[in-house]
Design a protein around this ligand. Structure first.
Ligand code: FPP
Length: 241
C-alpha cells in the first residue's frame, strides 16, 4: 500500500547541529528592552531547541554562547549572559536524571568566574554517562582553539612525548576542544548575518551552512525544521564528484 505523502518517513536529522545564537540584541532593541532581556529570551529559545533536538534524535548540539571577542561588550551585558548561563546550569544539574543530557564545554574556561567554572565542572562530571550531548562554546574562538591545540602538541614534542612528523589531521583533532565529537553536518546562523564569526573553524570544513532571517529569540522548532529541510536539499560531495 502506498504511504500517503504526509506520513512519508522524514530523513534522519543530522547527527550534529551547531548554532550561532545571534540576534538577541536586535530583538531587545526592537522592543525597547535592554540587551540583557534579549539574552534572556535567547536562553529560552535555547531551552526549546535543545528539547526539540532531543525529540528529533540529534546526537550533538553545539551552541555559541560566548566568544573570545564578546568580552568587548559592556560589563553589564557580560555579567547578564554569565548569570543566565549559571542559572541554566543550576537548573540542568537539578533536572539531570530526568533529561539525561551530557554537557560539554568548548573554550578557555579559566577566564570565567570560579562559581561558573564550578557549575561547568559539575555539569560535565555528573552527565558523563549520558549520550545526547550539548556542547556550550564559552569564551570560545575557533582561532584560539587551533592555537591552544598547536601549543599543547608542541609542548608534547618538546617533552619528547610526540613526534612532529607523526602529526596528522586525526592526531591534531584530538587536541581540539571537540576531540571525539564528529564534525557538525549543519551549522545554522539566524539573524541575517552572513559570516562564521570565528565559530568551529576547523570542524566546519565541510559543514552545510544555513543562514536565516530570523532573530535567535524568535527561533523555534519550525525554523529548525526548515533549516534541516534545506540541509537535506544540499548535495554533499566533500570535494568529490
Ligand atoms: C549574540 O547575539 C548572542 C550572544 C553573544 C550571547 C548568546 C547567549 C545566550 C543566548 C544566553 C546564554 C544562555 C544559555 C542558557 C544558552 P547579539 O547579542 O550579538 O545580537 P545582536 O547582533 O542583535 O546585537
Amino acid at each position: 500500500m502506498a504511504i500517503p505523502n504526509n506520513e512519508a518517513k522524514k530523513p534522519a536529522p543530522p547527527c550534529h547541529i551547531a548554532i550561532i545564537m545571534d540576534g538577541n540584541g536586535r530583538w531587545a532593541k526592537n522592543r525597547g528592552l535592554p540587551r540583557t532581556a534579549g539574552h534572556a529570551a535567547g536562553a529560552e529559545a535555547f531551552r526549546k531547541i535543545a528539547n526539540y533536538c532531543r525529540t528529533l534524535g540529534v546526537q550533538y548540539l553545539t551552541v555559541y554562547a560566548f566568544s573570545t571577542e564578546n568580552w568587548k561588550r559592556s560589563q553589564e551585558e557580560v555579567a547578564g549572559i554569565m548569570k543566565l548561563l549559571g542559572a541554566y546550569l543550576k537548573e540542568a544539574l537539578r533536572d539531570m536524571e530526568k533529561n539525561r543530557v551530557k554537557f560539554c564545554f568548548f573554550g578557555d574556561l579559566t577566564r570565567l568566574s570560579p562559581e561558573l567554572r564550578k557549575l561547568c565542572d559539575q555539569a560535565q562530571r555528573q552527565s558523563r554517562e549520558y549520550d545526547v550531548q550539548v556542547n556550550f562554546c564559552l569564551n570560545y574562538g575557533g582561532r584560539d582553539e587551533i592555537v591552544q591545540a598547536a601549543r599543547r602538541f608542541a609542548q608534547k614534542v618538546a617533552a619528547g612525548e610526540a613526534e612532529a612528523d607523526a602529526l596528522t589531521e586525526g592526531v591534531f583533532e584530538s587536541y581540539l576542544y571537540s576531540a571525539g565529537v564528529p564534525d557538525p553536518e549543519l551549522i545554522v546562523r539566524p539573524s541575517g548575518e552572513l559570516r562564521t564569526s570565528n565559530f568551529l573553524l576547523w570542524q566546519s570544513a565541510y559543514s552545510e551552512y544555513v543562514f536565516m532571517n530570523v532573530l535567535w529569540p524568535d527561533f523555534g522548532p519550525e525554523e529548525l525544521d526548515r533549516a534541516i529541510e534545506e540541509y537535506h536539499r544540499r548535495s554533499r560531495r566533500f570535494g568529490g564528484v
